[in-house]
Each structure stands twice: as C-alpha cells, then as structure tokens.
Design a protein around this ligand. Structure first.
Ligand code: ATP
Ligand code: MG
Length: 368
C-alpha cells in the first residue's frame, strides 16, 4: 500500500473509530442507566453518566491516535533507517550487501533503485579493478619482453669490450646478433604502440567497399610469389556469390591481419610438406574467411588464449621465432573495429584454422 493511502486511511480511522466508539458507549451507557440501573431521572441523567461518557471516550481517542500514529510512522521510519544505513555503507565503500525493500510502497521502490545503484557501482568497481590488474600485467609483460633482448645486447657488448670477440668473424657474429636483437625490440615497440593505439581507439580506419573475393585473389597471387620459393603451397577456394561479396574494410589494416595470420602459419609449421589454404565461405549476412595450415597446431588448453595480448602457446620456442605474442591480439582488435569476429580451432600436430567473419554489405542493384 502506498504511503499516501496509508496516511489517508489512518486519518479516516482516527476520526471514524472514536465516533463509532462514542456511539457504542452512548448506547451501552444508555442501556445500563435506563434499563439496568432503572433510576427515576427527572429528565436529566446523573453526573456519573457524563463522567463515564467522557472518562471512556477520551482514552479511546488517545489510544486510537497513539496506536495508528505509531504503526504508520514505523512503516515509514523503518525503511528510511534501512536506506540511511545502506547509504552509509556505500559512502564507506562497502558494496557487498543487499538493499531489500521492506514494504511495497514508494520507499520500497526507492530501496529497489538503491539496490540497482549498488549493483552498478559494484560492477564498475570490479571493472576498474580488472583494468588496474590488466595495466599492471601489461607493464610486467612489457618490462619482461624488453629486458630479454636488452640483457642479451648487454652481454654481447660486454663480450666485445672484454675482447672475447677477438676475430673478425666473431666480431661480425656479435654485431649481427646485436642488430637482430635491436630489430626484435623495434618490432615489439612498434606492435605495442599499435596495440595501445587500437586500445585507445586512436587508429583511424578508412573503410571502403571491397569485393573480398577479388581482394583475396590479388593478395594470394602476391603471397604465392613469396611462398613458392620457400616451398609452401597456398590454395584459394570459395563458395560465394562473387557479385554479392562486398564488405567494408580498411585495406591497410586488413592486410596487417592477413599478414600476421600467414606469418603465424609459416612460423609454427613443422611439416615437410607445408600447406596453407584460404577459403571464402558465404554465411548469409556474413562472409567468413578461413585460414587453414597443416602446421603443428595449438593445444586445447592454449586455444582460448591465443587472441590475448602477450600470449604464446610455447614461450620458449618464441624466443627463437621472435614473436611478441601481440600479433593475434592486434588482429582481433582490428577485426572488431570492422564489426567482425575472429576465432580459431585446431588439432595439435594436425592443423590450425583461423576464421575471420565480416558483415556483408548488400548491394542494391539499380535496374535501368
Ligand atoms: P607476434 O605475432 O606478435 O610476432 P606470436 O606469433 O607469438 O607473436 P600471436 O600471433 O598473437 O603471437 O600468436 C599467439 C600464439 O598462438 C603463438 O605464440 C602461437 O603459440 C600460437 N599460434 C598462433 N597461430 C598459430 C598457428 N598457425 N599454428 C600454431 N600455433 C599458432
Ligand atoms: Mg604472430
């Protein structure tokens, strides 16, 4: 019942109950004095009649007022106290409690809104905490990844200073290694810079309508030129309506994604016969590109994490392949900026499939 209704009803009761009581007392006293007592009044009842009449009605009036005021004020004050307590706990930073509505009235509604506010605050506090943890983890990862090549550069330079590189050959090898390590650092810094810019949404995307079939045919032609000399076969398949294969992409960023996926296939390929297959699949509103390789595959445990930044399924191996673990995280961000999705499936020792799906841009054909 709403507070207003309760107040109106208690006010009515405060008037009605004494009136009814008054009438009842009049009747009872009348019956008592005129029938039971049977006095002979000379038109006037005795003084005791008036005494009892007011002596009973006044306490009834006071009690009705008191009891109703007590219950009505209690039904308002209890929820107010509950809300005051909740506000105090929130202001002290404690968000692990529940604000339960006591009555189904305006204050009950306020308690429900309070509970909603508490939940939202708790959620944003948790997100904030997670961001903070992510930031710390990111700094730890960056420090670690920069420390590794720097330690090794330092070691080689100390070797040169101490005269360990005492032949021209050794000196060349040392300098070459130092150079390669600086390239690793340069790549890490560039990828990190790009990743953080993507994270902050500071990378400008220039979307254009592209026929993805034609685009892939061209890209694969280019790739074949690079891959054939290193004995990697690349095949293209499609089952799409070529006319209706228009998607919105940023050519440069999309190329970056493809390059990373292909580079991964090459890096993690341990087979004599190396095969990469790219397939374009029509998926109603979407178009999916499947990148298949017959490489070493990814274990079931590692698979869910490969799109996380700095994740490497096999960190020791990556020291030799020089990966930063940012490639797929960057690819995922870029595809998400395209409004698409990216996922993978793999069989260890057998194959890896990376899927990219993009929304189709339906073309309105103008009939002449
Ligand atoms: P980067 O691409 O930044 O140089 P990276 O290749 O190690 O470094 P990602 O491209 O993000 O990082 O890949 C994450 C991890 O997923 C890799 O370290 C590798 O363990 C695994 N992985 C990715 N693609 C493949 C693949 N085609 N075959 C096997 N493992 C893969
Ligand atoms: Mg990679």
């Amino acid at each position: 019942m709403s507070i207003r209704k309760r107040l109106i009803l208690s006010n009515i009761a405060m008037i009605v109950i004494p009136i009814i009581s008054f009438i009842l007392i009049e009747i009872l006293l009348g019956v008592f004095y005129y029938k039971v007592f049977v006095p002979k009044f000379n038109g006037h009842p005795p003084h005791s009649f008036y005494f009892f009449r007011f002596g009973i009605i006044v306490p009834i009036f006071a009690i009705t007022n008191g009891v109703l005021s007590y219950f009505v004020s209690r039904s308002i004050l209890r929820p107010v106290k509950n809300l005051t307590n909740a506000a105090k706990q929130i202001s002290e930073g404690n968000l692990n409690f529940e604000v339960k509505p006591i009555n189904n009235d305006e204050l009950g509604q306020l308690a429900i809104s309070f509970e909603l506010m508490r939940r939202n605050l708790k959620e944003s506090a948790e997100i904030q905490k997670k961001y903070e943890e992510n930031r710390k983890e990111l700094i730890a990862n960056i420090s670690h990844d920069l420390k590794t090549p720097i330690t090794s550069i330092k070691g080689y330079i100390e070797g040169i200073k101490d005269g360990v590189a005492n032949t021209t050959e050794k000196m060349d090898r040392y300098i070459e290694t130092i150079y390669l390590k600086t390239l690793d650092m340069d790549q890490l810094i560039n990828e990190l810079f790009l990743y953080s810019k993507l994270d902050l949404k500071r990378v400008p995307f220039h979307f254009e309508e592209v026929n993805i079939h034609d685009y892939l045919v061209d890209r694969i032609e280019e790739l074949r030129f690079d891959l054939e000399p290193i004995n990697v076969s690349i095949t293209y398949r499609e089952n799409v309506d070529r006319e209706n294969s228009i998607v919105l992409i940023d050519r440069e960023q999309f190329k970056r994604v493809m390059t990373n996926i292909i580079q991964n296939s090459l890096k993690y390929m341990e087979k004599d016969e190396k095969r990469i297959t790219i397939k374009l699949i029509d998926d109603e509103e979407k178009i999916t590109i499947k990148f298949h390789d017959n490489g070493k595959g990814i274990s079931k445990d590692a698979l869910p994490f490969i799109f996380d930044r700095f994740y490497r399924a096999d960190p020791s191996r990556n020291l030799s392949t020089g990966g930063t673990g940012l490639g797929l995280a960057i690819a995922k961000r870029i595809i998400e900026e395209h409004g698409g999705e990216v996922w993978a499936d793999s069989q260890i020792g057998e194959y890896t499939n990376i899927f990219l799906s993009l929304n189709k841009k339906s073309i309105v054909k103008v009939t002449q």
